[in-house]
Ligand binder design. Structure first.
Ligand code: ADP
Length: 280
């Protein structure tokens, strides 16, 4: 066993005291629901909320679904769940003797989110960290996903207790880190990068969201959040940039109408191909 950032190499650490140790990571993994079989689990991560993590999760899921793969989305952003809304899902999840059943989008992407379990979509989730993390674990252990080629996890934002527990509980095959061009966000991207490194989770690449706005009259790209720093971070960390998404009013309106599956842009086509190539 190799030595990790905390100098732990003999596997004798306890679960709580050593977040990055291979041994503790393995021992904390939760069992997938026995009626599910998932080939690839991909986490979509951001160092902070509001940069478009759910947006990127949904776009990648739709693109892989369009390629003919069986795709699910586990909405682990328990306090800010936006996935069901984007796909126009307002129904409630049901259950049978085998577990909790995900809802289906128009094109059969399977979705599980806390919003499918609440009485009212706008009820706040005022739970403490362990309950939040416990709910995400249940979406792994109790949901009957059946057979999936790709499960995309819209991770809880940040690098605190809840994302840490999710990183340790669910065997992620890779993560995509989402950022926006602001300086502040670039700094926070490195936190997400370092957390993934500490946890030994492969980083598939970066996606920059809200990169620019295209002038509807002359087509000029205007970097309203300033010039991107992601190129520098990418070369510093040796991680590829998989795609850049502009602020696009057409996409925003599809989100609001719950018709996100109908988008026709190609901003993340390269990212979807990359995922397809480097996963099982
Ligand atoms: P996060 O998951 O990081 O908190 P979201 O994906 O929920 O962020 O995005 C925040 C808001 O910004 C949502 O209303 C989303 O629809 C909108 N949004 C995100 N990216 C774009 C974009 N590229 N173009 C237009 N609207 C966007």
């Amino acid at each position: 066993m190799s030595e990790n950032a905390r100098g732990c190499s003999d596997g004798s650490c306890t679960r709580e005291s050593c977040a990055g140790c291979e041994h503790s990571k393995e021992s904390m993994l939760e069992q997938l629901n026995q009626y599910s079989s998932i080939k690839n689990v991909i986490g979509i991560v951001s160092g902070k909320g509001g940069v478009g993590k759910s947006f990127v999760t949904a776009m990648l899921a739709v693109l892989l679904n369009r390629k003919g793969y069986r795709v699910g989305i586990l909405d682990a952003d328990i306090t800010g769940p936006s996935i069901p809304r984007m796909f126009g899902i307002t129904g409630k999840a049901s259950a049978n003797e085998f577990g909790l059943l995900p809802e289906l989008t128009v094109n059969n992407i399977k979705i599980m989110s806390v919003n499918l379990l609440l009485d009212k979509e706008d009820s706040p989730v005022v739970w403490r960290g362990p309950i939040l993390a416990g709910t995400v674990k249940q979406f792994w252990t109790d949901v009957v996903w059946e057979e999936l080629d790709y499960l995309f996890i819209d991770m809880p934002p940040g690098t605190g207790d809840v994302p840490l527990t999710v990183f340790q509980s669910i065997p992620l095959d890779g993560i995509v880190i989402v950022s926006s061009p602001q300086d502040l966000v670039s700094m926070i991207v490195k936190k997400a990068y370092n957390m993934a490194k500490l946890m030994n989770i492969p980083i598939l690449g970066y996606v920059e969201n809200m990169s620019y706005v295209k002038c509807p009259d002359c087509g000029k790209e205007i970097p309203i959040f300033g010039e991107s720093k992601l190129g520098e971070i990418a070369s510093e960390t040796g991680v590829d940039i998989l795609g850049r998404i502009p602020i696009d009013p057409v996409l925003a309106s599809l989100v609001d109408k719950g018709e996100f599956e109908r988008f026709s842009c190609d901003y993340l086509n390269g990212a979807a191909e990359h995922i397809e190539k480097c996963m099982k």
